[in-house]
Design a protein around this ligand. Sequence first.
Ligand SMILES: Cc1cc2nc3c(=O)[nH]c(=O)nc-3n(C[C@H](O)[C@H](O)[C@H](O)COP(=O)(O)OP(=O)(O)OC[C@H]3O[C@@H](n4cnc5c(N)ncnc54)[C@H](O)[C@@H]3O)c2cc1C
Length: 438
Amino acid sequence: MTGKTVAVVGGGAAGVLATRELLRCSDDRVVLIEPDAPGGGLAYGSARPWHLLNSRAGAMSADPADPSDFARWAECSPASFQPRATYGRYLSDVFARTALSYGDRLEVVQDRAVRLGPPSSGPPSSGPLSCGTLSSGTLRRIYTEKSGQIAADEVVVATGNPAAAQPFPLRDHPDYIADPWRPGVLESIPSDVPVLLVGAGLTAVDVVLTLTADGNRDAPVTAVSRRGQLPLSHISEVPPAIDLRLAECRNLRDLVRAVRVAAAGAEDWRAVVDGLRPSIDRIWTSLTEAEQETFLRHLARPWECHRHRMAPSVGARVDALRDEGRFEVRAGGIRSVTAPPAGGVLVELEAGVQWFGAVVNCAGPGRLPASAGAFVNSLLNDGHARIGPHGLGLDIDVQGRIADNLWLIGPLRRGRSWETTAVPEIRSQARALIDRHK
Ligand SMILES: Cc1cc2nc3c(=O)[nH]c(=O)nc-3n(C[C@H](O)[C@H](O)[C@H](O)COP(=O)(O)OP(=O)(O)OC[C@H]3O[C@@H](n4cnc5c(N)ncnc54)[C@H](O)[C@@H]3O)c2cc1C
């Protein structure tokens, strides 16, 4: 089925890749709804020069059929780790080239979708109709902040990660930074006050790199997380991935044992982790709901530390900061928090009470419905979508369909699948939209 009008909501990495595939590989028309410039998004839009991709350039091509496209564009080795900002420029360029080739079937609406109307037949009764030609049949209307309503035959939701979890009790305190991605917030922290990062994953790594980038910070940065475990690093050599034989594993316990044994026997454990990647979603969906819950509670964090690794130079920089006593990572919870009148925050950690001039939330994406964000919340409240397993994303069928004529790509697929946040998986999901009616 071709020649439909597809509205893509969100023009980050997923929205750009979906737009490209739909225009290149079908006769569909695309209306891309995005408030900012297409190709930015959370990861690549406002990255600083010291924020590197955590994947090698060879894994980051926009084109599923041409794995070297990004490395060629950036004129770099496929084994290198490029700045995320470079990747953002690449995605913008991918979008610009797509618009040049298929402009007659593309409309960009610089706006924010606020809600979806119920499926209906016939043209909208009022308001501007963004894309002129619609197929007969059921329509979807997307209501936006400024443009009114946009009618489309189908809608692809590509709005990115859920909002950050908010584990810190003092939500509205002036020295608490709830969203470390907000431009300028980290630069506003004085360099002579100790800073606490709540969380020790890749977000915390990004934040400590920014806080220490100009070399002027003389007060330490502390990261605290339940396990006190930072992401591990890539090595410069690419170890050949090991294909594990997991057919005999009957449950989560067997799987964990098999992976541990293989990692202990491998020349480098990264070869085992990388070898597992193509099977992760099959493994995840084969687990019972209780096993998935056990994985989330006890294994997800250590798995993420091994799976989403820092570029070697970033790992070396973090090690140096720790050796110099400028960055410390502690295990344990936050027992209590008080806000002294003089400013800053008194935090009771396992080791005792300590004063911090600023506390930065580095907890990563939260769960639904609390972290849904306005548009996804409206999908839930209006009955267009259901929360998926474990509240990690939205519920979808095996093809990625939320409901009739409503599709989902990107991080909000988490829960139904596990590997759905990185570019190779998003790229495959975008490509699969072409076959959605087969
Ligand atoms: C810090 C960070 C580093 C990462 N590094 C890597 C890496 O090195 N390698 C890798 O493979 N993956 C990496 N990832 C994972 C992955 O590439 C990103 O999560 C990816 O950017 C997801 O793309 P997305 O388009 O779904 O979300 P986003 O890029 O966040 O884009 C979502 C877009 O939707 C728009 N939007 C939101 N709501 C609305 C609305 N209501 N109406 C219209 N538009 C809306 C936003 O403006 C935004 O542009 C990283 C992720 C993060 C967060």
